[in-house]
Design a protein around this ligand. Sequence first.
Ligand SMILES: [Fe+2]
Ligand SMILES: [Fe+2]
Length: 341
Amino acid sequence: MYSSDGFRQIDDETFTLRIPKGRDFRILQLTDLHLGFGFISRGRDKLALDAVRKTVKKAKPDMIVLTGDSIYPFLPKAGTLNNRKQAKKLMEFLDGFEIPYTLVFGNHDCEMGSTCNKEELAKLYKQGKYCIFTEGRKNLTGVGNFLIELVDNSGKVFLPLVMLDSNMYGEGGNFFTGFDCIHDDQVDWCMERLNELKQAYPDINAMAFFHMPLREFKEAYEKMKLGDRSVIYRHGNIGEKNDHFGISKFEGTFFDKAVENGVIKWMFCGHDHLNTLSLIYKGIQMTYGMSIDYLGYNGMKKNYTQRGGTLITRKADGSVDIMMVPLGAVVSTRVRGVKEK
Ligand SMILES: [Fe+2]
Ligand SMILES: [Fe+2]
């Protein structure tokens, strides 16, 4: 577990991290690394690790948040089911930056048939020298529902980061039966924690990080395309074919409850590697992180406009700035009939 003077674990679902007043705090969201660390994925892993290195160097973050599918124990593509080894290698790699990092699980980190379940992976991640992680409250759905509260010198909380496990596949239990969502007990837990914070700090705003997009993200996008001016476009686009959002077949109450509760102002997800959209809907900015993946999607090596990270800057004046950090040039020079140099 990460350790420093300004960092404390309060209980099994809460951490505090002290940030000196009067300076910006930079969080780099990285998502869908899909690291295989198997004999077939070696070349692509190297590309992914290089991409992460470059993105971190560019963004110079104070903290890194991985929003799921960090490792990929999928035999046909990685050549291994050993997600214990994958998690260890990932941890070693991330510890090398000497920057605190945290993560949520995606649908692939504990793919069917993999060596470790989420509880075992959690135990492992807690050993990371710079890793901030905990299983979270017992008996709650998912593993890794917890809060990192950014506090100032006086211990006053100014920005809670809510980490949520958006689970895997729901009924049917595999990729083809559809995705699960954040369950009601997690939603209740989250709102209960935010209500407590709201009582102590009436103006507090929070960020939430999870893997799978909410169906309301898609709803907002479609409304925006139909000219609904209440949806505010911020950046990015939907690069998935046919405007695809990998949302759950279950309704899920997280978004509505968050709007009602009013504390969460920013939500960050991954999962759809080609989507980078960020927009504001009903007072909440929903953002797809730029992704890293070279291994998950077929032919992903040559796609590049989606690759990189997302830099979230909480400025000293309290405002929040969310920026894409593309890995390479985003403007293609490709023109039909002209060979690219
Ligand atoms: Fe993914
Ligand atoms: Fe995913």
